[in-house]
Design a protein around this ligand. Structure first.
Ligand code: DP6
Length: 326
């Protein structure tokens, strides 16, 4: 039996966000979401099952991880073991080429890569749909990093099947995500804990009720490569999610003053006629998204901004893929 596999996955940036679960145990989100995989950024994960191990060993960026992060990985490995009807533990080695815990969805690429490497190492060959469905048990947004390009995560209202699929390949639209990094620190409240309090915001119901409309606007903007339409719905969706966060109990403010400064600058650049938009995940960093033709201009403008530590850039990326297996 094959025991070792290595996979590579990209993080993704959501235009329509996932923020809250309606079924915690089955990991069913309150609303469907749409994202784009981000090229240049990746997680590479190797899994080696070893019958001599008495527990999983998890090494992230060269450091042995114990405690909460490691239990989360082990709980996900239990899903894989259950699928394969195996009880063997594994050495898991994961490397990111970008900062962890700064609102860059490291858990998305991490669990997408782990889902593929882990299942292949145990000789399971899941379909893409099955793999997306599995990945969401590691991290919800991870299911959107499995297929390539522009991806929708949908829950079938009848069967409660929850899975992601590509709505357009990576080369469909040459967009650039220019990520303005304002902090590389671990966020004080992670997505999982933050999401638990989403229901306490009086705005969450309104956000969820209108989600289908935004999803459809976003999908058709992507399919038609209609940048102004994409910009409008992307900003609305990000603002709505942050409004929910800020009005939850306890309130969550992920923005830094400079985050708002960049959002305001983006609005000014739009008034000047530049096609550009912004969106923020559960962190202060701003994803400034624009068509490739104007990305040079946008990067130049961002560089003159105080407080930006680094600007990362990524174009739409392909699916999670297997690198080695033996
Ligand atoms: C703000 O997928 O990280 O990035 O399922 O608890 O692991 P868990 O949460 P996670 O949440 C992502 C939230 C978001 C929005 C999004 O990517 O849709």
């Amino acid at each position: 039996m094959t025991m070792q596999a290595t996979a590579l996955a990209h993080p993704n940036i959501a235009f329509i966000k996932y923020w809250g679960l309606k079924d915690q145990a089955r990991r069913i989100p309150t609303n469907d979401s749409i994202s784009m995989n981000i090229g240049c950024l990746n997680t590479r994960t190797s899994v080696l099952f070893d019958p001599k191990l008495e527990e999983d060993h998890f090494v992230l960026n060269g450091q042995r991880i114990t405690g909460e992060a490691s239990s989360r990985v082990s709980a996900f490995m239990d899903h894989i073991r259950q699928l394969a009807d195996q009880r063997i533990f594994a050495h898991i080695e994961s490397k990111n080429n970008f900062p962890v815990g700064a609102g860059l969805a490291s858990s998305a690429s991490a669990f997408a890569a782990l889902a593929l490497a882990g299942t292949e190492a145990l000789g399971l060959h899941l379909s893409e749909k099955e793999l997306t469905s599995l990945a969401r048990f590691g991290s919800g947004s991870a299911c959107r990093s499995v297929p390539g390009g522009f991806v929708e995560w949908r829950t079938d209202p009848q069967t409660a099947e929850s899975y992601a699929f590509s709505i357009a390949p990576r080369d469909h639209w040459q967009l650039v995500d220019c990520i303005a990094i304002l902090s590389k620190q671990h966020k004080p409240v992670g997505s999982e804990a933050g999401m638990l309090s989403a229901k306490s915001s009086p705005l969450q119901d309104a956000r969820v009720q209108d989600a289908k409309r935004r999803l459809e606007l976003c999908r058709s903007a992507i399919l038609q490569r209609d940048f102004p339409a994409l910009a409008q719905v992307t900003e609305l969706d990000s603002n709505l999610m942050h409004a929910v966060m800020m009005t939850s109990d306890p309130p969550l403010f992920y923005w830094h003053p400079q985050s708002l400064g960049i959002m305001k600058a983006v609005k000014k650049w739009q008034d000047e006629g530049l096609p550009v938009t912004y969106t923020l995940d559960a962190g202060p960093n701003v994803h400034v998204i624009c068509p490739r033709e104007v990305s040079g201009e946008i990067i130049t403008r961002l560089k003159s901004f105080p407080g930006i530590i680094e600007i990362l850039q990524g174009m739409p990326a392909g699916p999670t893929r297997l690198l080695t297996k033996n």
